[in-house]
Design a protein around this ligand. Structure first.
Ligand code: DX5
Ligand code: ZN
Length: 219
C-alpha cells in the first residue's frame, strides 16, 4: 500500500482545524506541507509558524517540502517547528551534501526533490545519504496542475537505481496525482503519493484518501 500524504496547500485555510480533524481520522499517513518563498518558485505559501500549528494538530508524520532558496538558513527553524522529514530541492542547493548532513544532524529525515527537467543523474551521488526522493510530477509552485506523463519514466528509472544500490530510499511523487493516474504511478514504483486538489476538492476527502490508499490492490 502506498503512503498517502495529502498536501495542505489545497486545504481550506479558513477552516484548518476541521481539515486537520478530517485528516487525523482518515487513512492519510503523512501531512505534506509545502513551503514556498516567491523566489525558487513563483508563489508564496507559508513558513515555520504554520508548520508548528500543524505539528500541534496531529501526531502523523509532518513531511515538509521546502521550495525555497538557501534552505540551510531555515533548517533549524523547521526542526524547531516539528518537521519530521525535511525535503530540499536539488536545484536550490549549491552544497547539497552539506545541506543533507545539516538536516540529519538536526535529527530529521532528509529528502531531495527533483524538478521535471532535472535528470536523475543529479542525485545519484547523494542517493545513499538520503531517506526520500520527491519526484515532481509538475513544475512546483501551485496545486491543481496536470501530471507530466514523462514522470512515469523517471519513477521507473529511480526505482531501478534504488534497487541496484539496495537502498532504503522512499520514492515520493508530488503534483498532479489523481484517482485516475495513481495506480500507474504506484506500479511504476512510487512509495508515497502526495495529493492536494484530488483530496481537498473532492466531495468526500476521507473516501478519496481511502481510494488512494488501496490503489495498489487494483493494479
Ligand atoms: C506543488 C506542490 C505540491 C502540490 C500538490 O508545487 O509541491 O505538493 O501542492 O498539489 P496537487 O496534488 O493539487 O497537484
Ligand atoms: Zn509538495
Amino acid at each position: 500500500m502506498p503512503i498517502v500524504a495529502p498536501s495542505l496547500l489545497s486545504a481550506n485555510f479558513l477552516n484548518l482545524e476541521a481539515e486537520c480533524r478530517m485528516l487525523n481520522k482518515s487513512e492519510a499517513d503523512w501531512y505534506h506541507l509545502d513551503v514556498m518563498d516567491g523566489r525558487f518558485v513563483p508563489n508564496i505559501s507559508f513558513g515555520p509558524m504554520l508548520v508548528a500549528f500543524f505539528r500541534k494538530a496531529t501526531s502523523k508524520t509532518c513531511d515538509v517540502h521546502l521550495m525555497i532558496e538557501e534552505p540551510e538558513r531555515y533548517a533549524e527553524m523547521f526542526h524547531q517547528a516539528g518537521a519530521d522529514i525535511l525535503t530540499v530541492h536539488v536545484e536550490a542547493c549549491r552544497h547539497l551534501h552539506r545541506n543533507i548532513q545539516q538536516i540529519k544532524n538536526l535529527g530529521m529525515k532528509a529528502g531531495v526533490a527533483v524538478n521535471p527537467h532535472t535528470p536523475l543523474s543529479a542525485i545519484q551521488e547523494i542517493l545513499n545519504e538520503i531517506d526520500l526522493v520527491c519526484l515532481m510530477g509538475v513544475n512546483p509552485g501551485f496545486g491543481g496542475q496536470q501530471f507530466i506523463p514523462h514522470t512515469l519514466h523517471k519513477i521507473r528509472q529511480l526505482r531501478q537505481m534504488v534497487a541496484e544500490r539496495m537502498l532504503n530510499v522512499l520514492i515520493e511523487v508530488d503534483g498532479g496525482v489523481t484517482l485516475e493516474n495513481a495506480a500507474e504511478i504506484v506500479s511504476a514504483g512510487a512509495d508515497v503519493l502526495v495529493a492536494g486538489n484530488t483530496v481537498f476538492r473532492s466531495p468526500d476527502p476521507i473516501k478519496t484518501i481511502s481510494a488512494l490508499k488501496s490503489v495498489c490492490l487494483n493494479v
